[in-house]
Design a binder for this molecule. Structure first.
Ligand SMILES: [Fe+2]
Ligand SMILES: [Fe+2]
Length: 319
């Protein structure tokens, strides 16, 4: 690469970084780009926390072929670093705002811990990617959707801020009426994003509204009057005559977060249950294919299953 090409590359990369919203995806992207630029096979990112450096991300293809870079790269690298620094600050601010929204939901429902939402976000992205590659979705769309879905999936239960503590923290089984109230966290959560104009808002709305729908049409909230009203505002002219969402009527990101959320619940300890063992979990997911879950999404889940297991170690419940 000559100097002209490098300047062009750095400009393109800097513009690209400003489009990314999610912090982890941004850090991955920065590292991949800077390695491309410097022709380096490995790299690490450290984030400054107070006066310490915290190891954050690392990529390593092989340990060979590390080529020393020429002197004239240095100003370009400094320029890139200052752009990347700004992009990181912006992504951290967005992430912090979302984490505060999540903490509000967590204050209401102690099951919705930071670790749980991080895992559901990370699982969803991997399952989406496995699905999208098989479906032949263009690389650019995959990257874009990964970014949006990660944060949207983290907010799947944000509607619980509107549900009474008396119900969410009830130590006994819920009555039918109480369960009806719980169901409203889906469309109440979706309502938080309904006036938004951004791609992120529409993905977050899709996830919040649909993550309890089931492939066979037995999930919720379906389309009752209140939801129809909201739905008509959001998607004018679309058919809402049916009362349950079924199969591919359930939007894709809802179908993906549904399996990520259930998988995490099965793996986790709850007041009323122990974590299931791996054999039982795999069986349950397989059994639910075509009933609770979209069979294509279940297939994608198993294609990335090893990565999902690694993610659960990255975000343990008690740190
Ligand atoms: Fe939920
Ligand atoms: Fe959840």
């Amino acid at each position: 690469m000559d100097l002209q090409e490098k300047i062009e590359l750095i400009t393109r990369i800097s513009l690209d970084l400003n489009q990314v919203k999610d912090l982890d995806i941004l850090l991955e992207r920065i590292l991949a780009n800077v390695r491309l630029f410097l022709n380096a096979d490995a790299g690490s990112i450290y984030l400054k926390e107070g006066d310490r450096l915290r190891f954050s991300h690392s990529q390593n293809n092989t340990l060979q072929n590390i080529i020393p870079f020429p002197d004239y790269d240095q100003p370009l690298v400094i320029h890139f670093a200052s752009n990347a620094g700004l992009a990181i600050e912006r992504a951290q601010a967005t992430r912090n705002t979302l984490l505060r929204m999540i903490s509000m939901a967590e204050l209401r429902d102690p099951k919705e811990t930071g670790a749980h939402v991080n895992r559901v976000g990370a699982y969803s992205v991997e399952i989406y990617e496995a699905w999208a590659r098989a479906a032949g979705i263009p690389e650019e769309d995959i990257e874009h959707n990964r970014d949006l879905l990660r944060m949207a999936a983290m907010l799947h239960d944000v509607g619980k801020v509107a549900i009474s503590d008396i119900i969410l923290k009830k130590p006994a089984r819920l009555t039918i009426d109480e369960f009806e109230i719980i169901k409203s966290h889906t469309w109440l959560g979706a309502g938080l994003f309904k006036d938004g104009q951004s791609d992120f808002d529409s993905v977050a709305m899709e996830v919040a509204l649909n993550h309890h729908e089931k492939w066979d049409g037995t999930g919720y909230p379906g389309l009752n009057d209140e939801i129809n009203e909201l739905h008509n505002k959001l998607f004018p002219g679309e058919d809402t005559s049916h009362t349950a969402k079924k199969g591919k009527d359930i939007p894709l990101f809802g179908r993906i977060v549904a399996i990520a959320d259930v998988y995490d619940a099965l793996c986790s300890q709850r007041v009323y249950k122990k974590p299931w063992d791996e054999y039982e979990i795999i069986n349950e997911i397989k059994k639910s294919s075509g009933r609770h879950f979209d069979p294509d999404i279940v297939a994608a889940f198993f294609r990335c299953y090893d990565i999902l297991k690694n993610i659960s170690q990255k975000y343990p419940d008690h740190q």
